[in-house]
Design a binder for this molecule. Sequence first.
Ligand code: SF4
Length: 332
Amino acid sequence: MGAPVLSVRNLKVEFVTRRGVLKAIDDVSFDIERGEVLGVVGESGAGKSVTGSAVIGLIDPPGRIAGGQILLNGERIDNMSPEQIRKVRGKRVGMIFQDPLTSLNPLYTVGEQLEETIQTHTNLTRAGARKRAVDLLAEVGIPAPDRRIDSYPHEFSGGMRQRVVIALALCADPELIIADEPTTALDVSVQAQVIALLKRLGRERGTAIMLVTHDMGVIAETADRVAVMYAGRIAEIGPVEKVVRQPLHPYAQGLMGAIPTLKGHIHRLTQIPGSMPRLSAIPPGCSFNPRCPFAFERCKVDRPEAIARYEHPVACHLYDQSSAKVEVASDR
Ligand code: SF4
């Protein structure tokens, strides 16, 4: 197997404040292969969006990448100049955000926006770019694309606008797409369509997808593997069927217990007591220890590293008895 499309190695992101240096991402490692969807999940403040922003070079001061490496198809991108990383964004890495209106300019038709992006990243003529734009709109499921291409963003529904944003992200045929809460602003039925679309496009085009969301249901539907983040670290990472059905980490168990199912009225949804610690108040030892029903003495002083368990890594002392310690990214 060749190099992963995205390889994040021991990433550290800090924010320098008057009260000191806050660690937002603390030693995070993972890979995403061609055509693979990695779901990155956790509550608000877990560090999942900061990780996505670090990958695309959008950590603004007072934030900074304080350590580690980010490689795109084997090439380091974390140490590029702002000019170089701007070229990577848009061409080699596409982005989809929660609110489609942040990616679309209301003053231009979707065709003008797509054509401009296509011409920026390819050698196509204006006519060629327009044809490609129509094809892309068709590919993401916009009906009558040759007519809708001349519509303005406000003339589309929320779900259709998000499809346009996906088309925009695909303009330069990127190697990687970072989708940050792409369905959160959409109705449930539209969410399912957009998720199915993302999944299909990833498979057909071989694009690697990093899907950032707080929604375990979206992860269960879309992802091939899941990284569960807590307080800037990966608590557990592994195949979706393992992590969703048989989560090992107590935090992952709490998150999975909160997924509603069609049989949902039979069992009461579980809730994780307490909330994610602020960056300025991350407890020593395991950062989850104040909320963990299984915490013991060691958890208050000793930070758990990733341990291989049932072939995927989990950072929890409960699994420390019989397993060898491994790198988080070596879970494949
Ligand atoms: Fe709970 Fe301890 Fe495991 Fe942390 S290391 S999740 S506190 S049992």
